[in-house]
Design a protein around this ligand. Structure first.
Ligand code: TRP
Length: 365
């Protein structure tokens, strides 16, 4: 740190994470059975197509490759940055509906909620002893979420990277698909795993209790909202996975474009138009450039018609499946109960190992 500046060292650790991520990707095709993935979402609202192309599609891909997949519906994490949980039950079920509708299969992907897995949450106690206040205050993700929340720092906000470490380590996941913004959490998780091992692991156990998880960095392009800014519920610029075809058409009709009739793909000069072309491209498996060439001087009207058709036909089967799932809440609750049972079994086994390493397994000795 004395020679390098902080930002140089950040970017070199990003490069290292990226190299490692590419290696794992290459390895996954032939050896998916060596990997357990954990990732998740907070149930704060409905998922949009940015989530679909940015992460859900990738989870389904990993599941299909044969990676053992674990997905946390992070209900306790909802209250890191807001007061109260909102209509939590409805949101948890809607998240589950999205997961199943896009193709996550509960037989191969364990879907569970934080609040139903006490042993996972109990890992917070020893883990909290392994991190310092200043480490947590420096965490860039905590800093930016704190600023966005416009609230004072709560104890849960400060320590949520440690809770996230518990999510990842309770099931001993070795890969975590993340965007660049969540890398600091993964780094914190690696530190917790290493310190636990240094403090307790080597004394009484031959192998470390926890693996060092790696990031699987997303190479997916980032889709913007229909106004050309970050896609986010609070801005009203999102296309939800579960929207109707009509609502989708309406929001795309309102999308911001520019006054040049000739449609070209120019992400720097014409970001809003480029974003719509990208969306059409992702839905159809073509390139944004080829759509720009085809639309040519058809103008924004033609561009929006193309995007509407592409989005609605891509999401039609998912939306149909969504409607079927919503009509059967009993099935949803069973899927969740089964996921929670599997998560509890694994969490209890891990907690037993932790107690044993710490010399606290009084009843096991
Ligand atoms: N913090 C993540 C988010 O807000 C959700 C999450 C909770 C998560 N636990 C996780 C992601 C563990 C990866 C690994 O999107």
């Amino acid at each position: 740190m004395d020679v390098e500046t902080a930002s140089e060292s950040e970017s070199s650790s990003y490069d290292a994470a990226q190299r490692r991520s590419r290696q794992i990707e290459a390895d996954l095709a032939g050896d998916a059975g060596r990997y357990r993935m954990l990732t998740g979402d907070r149930p704060t609202g409905r998922l949009h197509i940015g989530h679909y192309f940015g992460s859900l599609a990738n989870r389904v891909r990993l599941q299909e490759l044969g990676v053992d997949s674990w997905i946390v519906i992070a209900d306790y994490q909802v209250i890191t940055d807001r007061d109260g949980v909102g209509p939590i039950r409805e949101r948890v079920l809607s998240l589950l509906v999205d997961y199943l509708a896009v193709g996550l299969d509960p037989a191969r992907s364990t879907i569970f909620t934080h609040s139903a897995v006490p042993a996972l949450n109990q890992l917070m106690l020893p883990f909290l002893s392994l991190v310092t206040d200043s480490e947590l205050r420096r965490n860039p993700t905590v800093k930016s979420e704190l600023a966005a929340s416009q609230r004072p720092m709560s104890g849960l906000m400060l320590t949520y990277p440690v809770h996230q470490a518990a999510d990842i380590l309770f099931c001993k996941a070795n890969v975590v698909p993340v965007g660049k913004d969540q890398l600091p959490h993964l780094e914190q998780t690696r530190v917790v795993a290493r310190r636990f091992d240094e403090t307790y692991g080597r004394g009484s156990l031959k192998a470390p209790v926890f693996p060092q998880p790696d990031a699987l960095l997303s190479e997916a392009p980032n889709i913007l909202g229909t106004d050309g800014t970050k896609m986010s519920k609070s801005r009203g610029n999102t296309i939800e996975i579960g929207m109707t075809a009509d609502a989708t058409a309406k929001i795309i009709k309102r999308a911001v474009t520019d006054s040049d009739r000739n449609i070209t793909y120019d992400p720097q000069g014409r970001p809003e138009v480029a974003n719509l072309l990208l969306l059409a491209a992702l839905c159809t498996g073509r390139t944004p450039q080829s759509w720009a060439d085809e639309i040519g001087d058809g103008g924004a009207g033609r561009l929006k018609a193309v995007v509407t058709e592409a989005v609605n036909s891509t999401f039609a089967p998912i939306r149909e499946r969504r409607a079927e799932l919503e009509a059967d809440p009993g099935h949803l609750l069973r899927v969740l109960a089964e996921g929670n049972a599997r998560a509890n079994a694994v969490a209890e086994a891990t907690l037993d190992e932790v107690r044993e390493a710490m010399g606290m397994a009084y009843d096991l000795a």
